[in-house]
Design a protein around this ligand. Structure first.
Ligand SMILES: [Mn+2]
Length: 195
């Protein structure tokens, strides 16, 4: 069963996360940042994996540490849960529309962290969430999971819709990439290893 959990505590945040790629599909997110909870719920639900997140961060400063640290821990646990990555598709790509906005994500569970982020988010704040933190989350997640992650909002007007399209596409692409494919013998790499 591909599952991992941990608690990470610093002077800025305390983050408790469980990632379950095969077992429970339960999703429960509580970070103190409503919009971020909404996005993580979309990510896990559309990725068809279980995700429990409880974060208690220094929101009196702003949401930065909380969002970044949740991204770090989810990334670390995804990497741990995937183990040697045997028989996974490895790649996932998705376009997802959200009303007038179109989001795109293409990712490779390559062991090589890289983020390409191309989205114009005009509204700077959604509730107590700073929209520039979308990039921070994806950077932390891709770095610690070892994922090459490209995302783009092709067009759109409403910032909430644009970000929602990104997170839904992230879920769909990730769900595809982690899926066990019986046609793949061993590791899906001509090198024979994905670190
Ligand atoms: Mn929404």
């Amino acid at each position: 069963m591909r599952e991992a959990k941990k608690t990470r505590k610093t002077f800025e945040t305390e983050v408790e996360v469980t990632v379950s790629l095969d077992g429970s599909k339960e999703v429960e997110i509580e970070t103190g940042i409503g919009f971020f909870d909404h996005m993580l719920t979309l990510f896990a639900s559309h990725g068809r994996f279980g995700l429990l997140v409880k974060a208690n961060g220094d929101l009196e400063v702003d949401g930065h540490h909380t969002v970044e640290d949740v991204g770090i821990v989810i990334g670390q646990l995804v990497k741990e849960a995937l183990g040697d990555k045997e028989q996974i598709n490895r790649y996932g790509t998705a376009y997802v529309p959200m009303d007038e906005a179109l989001g795109f994500v293409s990712l490779d569970i390559s062991g090589r962290p890289y983020l390409v982020f191309d989205a114009e988010l005009t509204n700077q704040k959604l509730g107590n969430f700073d929209t520039e933190l979308v990039r921070e989350f994806l950077q932390a997640f891709s770095t610690h999971a070892g994922i090459t992650l490209h995302t783009r909002v092709l067009y759109g007007i409403n910032t909430h819709h644009k970000i929602e399209a990104i997170f839904k596409a992230l879920g769909k692409a990730f769900g595809e990439a982690i899926k066990i494919n019986p046609e793949i013998k061993g590791i899906n790499s001509t090198k024979g290893l994905i670190e």
